[in-house]
Design a binder for this molecule. Structure first.
Ligand SMILES: Cc1ncc(COP(=O)(O)O)c(C=O)c1O
Length: 346
């Protein structure tokens, strides 16, 4: 297995590279974390009550929810619980890197289904790639790095076509899309949904994610779950994020701001003449052409970080740009225009 090192160094600039919240978490959430006492920190974290609270918030039973150390841990424990020698992870690609990384730490193999050049969800190809060996199907919805989506109907058909497999729908970017299959938890016996607090909520450093699924599946994942993987600061933040009305208003404001900003940024890309793919997330995949490396370097020089995705399958020359607030994206547009007028743009 290769080591995976995301480019985390020197990120004091405008961070349009990891699809995080580009501004801040809610002040109410920060205040709740600041209220932690030394005694709180001496105790091992107890996730149970907050897990039950999160379940209630989603209209689910406590047994149907597991809090995790980010969705990354959720993916890790799903692979540990459901993939064994001879099994297959079925993966539409390009997609989020960590599915394949955690699967490679098991004895299973990954079967990739490449999206066409339009990067739409490869529904038919994925359906015909289901075999008796398929044990896990991971669908990021919206997908990263493409921003494309898989419809509810498609998810239903896939789940019914693979009753022997777990279908993970990773809704990390749910807030920017607004559609969910969370309401199907418990109704579809093989559906598991993941959510993160790293993106819209602005809590990436706390490492907080959530798995929702039928108890009959989740009890397998609980067996491989570390009992203390979600720390007290994250638990306190979660409660404030879901209950405090200021925190909820702040989240709504941030999501609305990013959606408006997305519309304006895509219009600006049209004007500049850069090709991009339709997106339902807080990022967009842009075709920069052969000079994608130079582009990312030039943007960094102007204080803006973007993510070169050209090594992803089918993504040669493509760069992913996170969408932040309108003010931030005006800076990004100005930097792209400056780069273009320097005559380097392909
Ligand atoms: C589709 C998808 N799932 C999960 C994650 C990671 O989430 P977390 O920070 O909760 O581990 C990301 C992060 O980029 C992502 O793009």
């Amino acid at each position: 297995m290769p080591e995976y090192h995301p480019p985390l160094g020197n990120r004091d600039s405008l961070r349009l590279d990891f699809n995080e919240n580009t501004l801040a978490c809610s002040p109410a959430v920060l205040a709740a974390i600041k209220n932690l006492s030394a005694a709180d920190l001496t105790r091992y974290p107890e996730r149970g009550p907050i897990e039950a609270f999160a379940a209630q918030h989603l209209g689910l039973q406590p047994e149907q929810v597991i809090l995790t150390n980010g969705v990354d841990e959720a993916i890790h424990i799903l692979c540990q619980a459901f993939l064994d020698r001879g099994d297959e992870l079925l993966l539409p690609v390009p997609t989020y890197t960590m599915y394949e990384i955690y699967a490679s730490a098991t004895d299973a193999t990954t079967r990739r289904v490449q999206a066409d050049a339009d990067f739409r969800f490869p529904f038919k190809a994925l359906l015909s790639a289901i075999t008796p060996k398929t044990k896990l199907i991971a669908i990021a919805n919206p997908n990263s790095p493409t921003g494309s989506v898989c419809t509810r109907e498609q998810i239903l058909v896939i789940a019914e076509a693979a009753p022997h497999a777990v279908v993970l729908v990773d809704e990390a970017y749910f807030h920017f899309y607004g559609q969910t299959v969370m309401d199907l938890i418990g109704k579809l016996p093989n559906l598991i949904v993941a959510r993160t607090f790293s993106k819209a909520y602005g809590l990436a450093s706390l490492r907080l994610g959530l798995l929702a699924g039928p108890e009959s599946l989740l009890h397998w994942t609980r067996r491989v779950l570390s009992p203390y993987s979600v720390n007290t600061a994250a638990l306190v933040a979660l409660k404030a994020a879901l209950t405090d009305s200021d925190a909820r208003n702040y989240l709504d404001w941030y999501v609305a701001e990013v959606k408006q900003s997305r519309t304006e940024f895509l219009a600006a890309l049209n004007e500049i003449g850069l090709k991009y793919w339709p997106t339902e997330a807080n990022f967009v995949l842009v075709n920069i052409g052969p000079t994608h490396n130079e582009f990312a370097a030039a943007m960094r020089k102007q204080g803006i970080l973007v993510r070169d995705r050209s090594a992803d399958p089918g993504c040669d020359s493509l760069v992913r740009i996170t969408i932040g607030t309108r003010e931030q994206m005006h800076l990004a547009v100005a930097a792209i225009q400056k780069w273009k007028s320097a005559g380097v743009l392909a």
